[in-house]
Ligand binder design. Structure first.
Ligand SMILES: Nc1ncnc2c1ncn2[C@@H]1O[C@H](COP(=O)(O)OP(=O)(O)OP(=O)(O)O)[C@@H](O)[C@H]1O
Ligand SMILES: [Mg+2]
Length: 292
């Protein structure tokens, strides 16, 4: 049996081994080209390094094997990662769980992982999108190791592809600074605003508990802040718009489908380019109208 997924960076396929185990295969270097063999070998080294650092930080991750593909036929430079298939994606689990204590326990485990990366000075950086996490042996595990965002020996932070100059500072702050709390809160709201099992104040307090006051200060907005942001949307406001959408859904001023629509038009692509200004403005207008 062969099922195909499409990630932002990898061609993904699911297959069953002779011993009937489900394995996921991710091929990197085809959706976004890897320039040459040297770059591919560097990415493989950083990809393996990411997993070792995650294990050292005791962050629960799935095991995976990585190998280079010498693909003369396609004259391209690509490599493959094989991972155990994690049956229960955290998005699906959170959308079906009705017990507040259980939802809270899962969000605690998720935030605990970010606490460890933050306390390590971002030795590695996890991608907060809830779809990158799953349940394995009743525990939350992480399985998206690409791009292998991490601190390099020379003190600089690694992201791939290299962010364009004009958005470099924004892209790096989003993955390697307390501003990551904006992405974490937005991704939690994206899922939890559907059933509203946990209140937004409770979620924000959890973020303060695990990630600290500065993280909390980035995500705590008043109605007045909303209007100021929505009346003058800037290029870097994608995550502010996403958080406002999630919180307005909690107040039944937006449906969950509309939240998903706002997330779609404020998406930052895998190329690290910024969303289009007109899309951000459109999102701002929709949200402002709901506040009237
Ligand atoms: N080991 C795994 N077990 C179960 N599902 C997986 C696994 N790895 C990936 N997936 C599924 O495939 C999707 C894409 O995989 P991955 O996150 O590695 O790629 P990506 O390029 O980051 O894509 P995305 O932006 O969708 O997260 C995940 O969101 C998840 O739904
Ligand atoms: Mg992913």
């Amino acid at each position: 049996m062969k099922t195909q997924f499409r990630g932002s960076y990898a061609n993904i396929s699911l297959s069953r081994t002779p011993s009937n185990k489900l394995i996921i295969k991710k091929i990197f270097g085809r959706i976004i080209k890897i320039k040459n063999k040297k770059d591919a070998l560097l990415l493989i080294q950083l990809h393996r390094g990411f997993q070792e650092k995650a294990k050292k930080l005791r962050i629960p991750v799935v095991s995976s094997q990585i190998s280079f593909i010498n693909d003369d036929y396609n004259k391209s430079t690509a490599y493959v990662e094989k991972q155990l298939f994690v049956h229960n994606n955290l998005t699906t689990v959170l959308l079906s769980e009705k017990n507040p204590e259980q939802v809270s326990k899962l969000v605690n485990e998720y935030l605990k992982m970010f606490q460890k990366t933050w306390e390590s000075g971002f030795a590695i950086s996890l991608d907060p999108y809830i779809g990158n996490f799953g349940m394995y042996n009743k525990k939350v595990v992480y399985f998206d190791f690409f791009p292998p965002r991490q601190l390099l020996p020379n003190g600089s932070f690694f992201d791939w592809p290299e962010p364009p100059k004009e958005s470099r500072a924004f892209i790096l702050a989003r993955h390697f600074s307390p501003e990551q709390s904006l992405i974490i809160y937005a991704q939690l709201l994206r899922v939890l605003s559907k059933n509203k099992i946990l209140k937004t104040t409770y979620i924000k307090d959890l973020i303060r508990k695990f990630l600290g006051n500065q993280a909390f200060s980035y995500i705590d907005f008043s109605e007045r802040d909303y209007i100021k942001i929505l009346k003058n949307v800037q290029l870097y406001d994608a995550y502010l718009l996403r958080i406002i959408a999630g919180e307005l859904c909690y107040r039944n001023l937006l449906t969950h489908d509309e939240v998903k629509y706002i997330f779609r038009i404020t998406h930052i692509p895998a190329t690290n380019a910024l969303p289009k200004k007109e899309d951000l403005k459109k999102a701002g207008t929709i949200l402002l109208e709901r506040l009237d």
